[in-house]
Design a protein around this ligand. Structure first.
Ligand code: HEC
Length: 141
């Protein structure tokens, strides 16, 4: 999902402006072509900034903003690796409603809830992209 999202952003920005010269041949004006590296770095920065802002306003009361300390919930550093045996969508499902995933018997969800015994707040209105931006922020911090 993340890669599709980044490819989409790339698609929006990476094409140079074409113009037509005096004999009617289409030419690419290279001065307007942004380097792909710059576009990727800028999109990644924007996604990380969005994820950080969402984390601060929604998660940081229970999860350390530095991602390493335990607060009401665990430090989220390395969380995508810990969920690495499952599809990324399982983490989206967890954030939207962790107890629903526990009820389904998801091994990681059952294990985490069993260890912490605190019900995490649900964020049912978060889109895949919003949750993904939080995960990308976590992975890059
Ligand atoms: C009210 C406190 C609270 C808030 C707010 C909260 N969480 Fe949690 N979170 C927890 C607790 C407690 C756990 C441990 C598992 C459990 O008890 O269900 C947890 C576990 C998790 C896990 C699983 C960690 C692992 O190692 O498997 C993820 C991922 C997670 N939270 C993400 C988030 C995100 C993203 C947000 C903000 C959008 C958020 N949480 C907001 C309390 C919270």
């Amino acid at each position: 999902m993340r890669f599709i999202f980044i490819l989409f952003i790339l698609g929006l920005f990476s094409f140079g402006k074409t113009t037509t010269n005096h004999i009617g041949t289409s030419i690419v004006d290279n001065s307007k072509v942004m380097s792909v590296d710059t576009v990727v770095a800028d999109s990644l920065k924007a996604i990380i900034a969005q994820g950080k802002a969402l984390f601060i306003s929604n998660c940081s009361t229970c999860h350390d903003i530095g991602l390493r300390e335990k607060l009401i919930g665990p430090g989220l550093h390395g969380v995508t690796e810990r969920w690495g045996a499952y599809p990324r969508e399982d983490l989206y499902a967890w954030v939207r409603n962790s107890q629903a995933l526990v009820a389904k018997g998801h091994p990681r969800a059952v294990g985490m809830f069993g260890a912490w015994k605190t019900i995490m707040v649900s964020f049912p209105n978060f889109t895949d992209e919003e949750i993904e931006s939080i995960l990308v922020f976590i992975e890059n911090s």
